[in-house]
Design a binder for this molecule. Structure first.
Ligand SMILES: *Cc1c(COP(=O)(O)O)cnc(C)c1O
Length: 387
């Protein structure tokens, strides 16, 4: 059996895959098993932040791999400590908990918020967390419960209680929700899986105001928006406030699994020895890759993200078949007259990998995609959008 047949026979069918096997890659180019070339504007859903097989990242990862591949959290290791330092210095957060995925990072954020409230009130009276309609926070039972989309709340119940859903189009309703025994407001600055929609500055300002007035924590899920994708290290940095807790994953590991929950001053002492853990969390190889990633995210690279994002918008805004462009930085949603799935299939056929989010076409290119490759891919996308 070939790869596709083996998959059909043995892999749980939870994914609707594109008809394409990725055999190898270099930077923003990928090749299938027959050697057909693709320009990758999806980066494994924002994970391959510098594309495939990036030289510097490979060196960082392999060097660590040949020294120590895993220690467990019973011992110290240099890449974990160094990565925590880089994350805190870059964001102003105080402490980091490492897990292996976005969902796990969000679980930590939720546990931290609840424990903070328990310590403050002495009971579970303020355990509710306000999340947003159309959000996405992960696939565990609790992060699904946090996810404000009804489609995810079926057939797997009972779900974890304690989540209230606010409509980001209706900031005025936040204040009343916050009266209902809450400890935190949790949000993505750009709702990625929900359709690449940035929150309005009005909604964010109201969330910040209500959090302050009601003494709630602000949790920002930067799993997709973080690590420079928005043109700043974190998307919240565009909105003029600082969260109490933030989570990130996807791009952080450069393609290896790692998630991080960053704790600000108000919650830095909430988790103590034994209160939380993860066997593989802060895996040294993943951390070494993430240290390399963090070290590259300098102002020059971030300016390059903004320049590429402006180029894409300039090319596509008002183009034939394009109804609108949403998102921030190199996290772009395109509303099209032609069905998104059809455009994606046509692009793949023509050697360009793009994604969907709800009814939109979604672009998540590598932050360092060479301009000439980007131009070539956008030209093909533009043609397909106009058909
Ligand atoms: C992808 C994503 C998650 C879940 O991350 P996993 O690594 O798949 O667990 C959570 N929140 C947001 C905003 C995401 O984009």
């Amino acid at each position: 059996m070939n790869t596709k047949e083996l998959d059909a026979a043995y892999v749980a069918p939870t994914y609707k895959r594109f008809p394409l096997e990725i055999a190898k890659g270099k930077g923003s180019l990928a090749w299938d098993e027959q050697g057909k070339e693709y320009i990758d504007l999806g980066t494994g859903i924002a994970a391959n932040i510098f594309g495939l097989a990036d030289d510097g990242w490979i060196q960082a990862v392999t060097e660590q791999l040949t020294k120590v591949q895993h220690t467990s959290n019973l011992y110290y290791h240099e890449p974990g400590s160094r990565l925590a330092q880089l994350l805190c210095e870059g964001t102003g957060m105080k402490k980091v908990f490492f897990g292996n995925s976005g969902a796990e990072a969000n679980e930590c954020a939720i546990k931290t918020a609840r424990r903070w409230a328990f310590k403050k009130y002495g009971d579970e009276s303020h355990s509710n967390i306000i999340t947003l309609k159309n959000s996405f926070h992960g696939r565990t039972i609790t992060t699904l419960a946090a996810t404000g989309q009804d489609v995810f709340h079926k057939e797997f119940g009972p779900f974890t209680p304690g989540f209230l859903y606010a409509d980001p189009a209706n900031p005025a309703e936040l204040s009343a929700l916050a009266e209902k025994g809450c400890c935190a407001i949790m949000m993505e600055m750009v709702q990625g899986e929900g359709g690449v929609n940035a929150l309005s500055p009005e909604f964010v300002a109201e969330a910040v105001r209500v959090a302050k007035e009601k003494d709630l924590l602000l949790i920002v899920d930067e799993i997709q928006t973080g690590n420079g994708r928005s043109g700043k290290l974190c998307a919240w940095m565009h909105f003029g406030f600082v969260p109490d807790i933030m989570t990130t994953a996807k791009g952080l590991g450069g393609g290896l699994p790692i998630g991080a929950c960053l704790l600000g001053e108000r919650v830095e002492t909430v988790l103590d020895a034994g209160s939380h853990g993860s066997t593989f969390g802060a895996n040294p190889v993943c951390c070494a890759g993430a240290v390399y990633v963090m070290e590259q995210l300098n102002p020059e690279l971030l300016d390059g993200v903004t320049a590429r994002a402006e180029y894409i918008r300039k090319e596509l805004e008002g183009a034939k078949g394009v109804e609108g462009i949403s998102g921030m930085g190199l996290m772009i949603g395109i509303s099209s007259t032609r069905p998104a799935s059809e455009v994606v299939a046509a692009c793949i056929e023509r050697g360009v990998l793009v994604l969907t989010a709800k009814t939109k076409i979604r672009l998540l290119p590598a932050l360092n995609i060479p301009m000439e490759l980007l131009a070539k891919a956008i030209a093909i996308l533009k043609e397909e959008l106009g058909k």
